[in-house]
Design a protein around this ligand. Structure first.
Ligand code: AMP
Length: 190
């Protein structure tokens, strides 16, 4: 299976994407995780990405696209993958289309986790108390929601028009949401 996971910051997409990738036995590719790993190693990529991440901005498309092309080109992802947090811009959608064409493959579905905005902001405040993430301050949390609305929400229509969008209510317990995702995917496969 080749799936995308989309959803605003704090919707719980990382948690669900990891669970589902383990269940399906496919690679979990999170651009946020790859960027964070590079920041802690202080690699060239990490240095290029850090100031954008800390400010709650998107890392420039050319940097992100090159990283994803490289990652999906590696063997593991050919069995299947869940892309978590990519694409986030229309330019990234075009690049992903071209990567998949080059690999001779296509997406099976796009899971969109839906959670109302104030609920999300409250969740992120809670996460900020424990995470120590530099992008978890109040101002940055609000800014990340605005960037998501402006840059990423339009992608939902693109994938809806392609008949790939699977919308999931993201409010509730982790297990409950995982169940909803599995049930929706069973229908896609059927
Ligand atoms: P995440 O953990 O998915 O919320 O990502 C954390 C941060 O990494 C984001 O706020 C962005 O700064 C950066 N990032 C992750 N994925 C992307 C992407 N597809 N495009 C641009 N920036 C990204």
């Amino acid at each position: 299976m080749r799936l995308l996971f989309m959803g605003p910051p704090g919707a719980g997409k990382g948690t669900q994407a990891v669970r589902l990738s383990e269940k399906l036995g496919v690679a979990h590719v999170s651009t946020g995780d790859i960027f964070r790993a590079n920041v802690s190693e202080q690699s060239e990529l990490g240095q290029a990405a850090q100031r954008y991440m800390d400010a709650g901005e998107y890392v420039p498309d050319e940097v992100t696209n090159a990283m994803v092309r490289d990652r999906l080109g590696q063997g593991g992802a050919q069995v299947g993958f869940i892309l978590d947090g990519y694409p986030r811009t229309l330019d990234q959608v075009d690049t992903l289309d071209s990567i998949l064409t080059d690999l001779g493959t296509a997406l099976d579905g796009v899971i969109s986790l839906k959670v109302e905005s104030e609920e999300l902001i409250q969740r992120l405040f809670k996460r900020a108390e424990t995470s120590g993430r530099a992008d978890d301050s109040e101002q940055v949390i609000r800014h990340r929601q605005d960037v998501y609305t402006a840059e990423t929400v339009p992608l939902l229509d693109v994938y809806r028009d392609r008949g790939l969008l699977i919308e999931i209510d993201g409010l509730g317990e982790v297990d409950e949401i995982a169940e909803r995702i599995s049930a929706a995917l069973a229908k896609v496969k059927a």
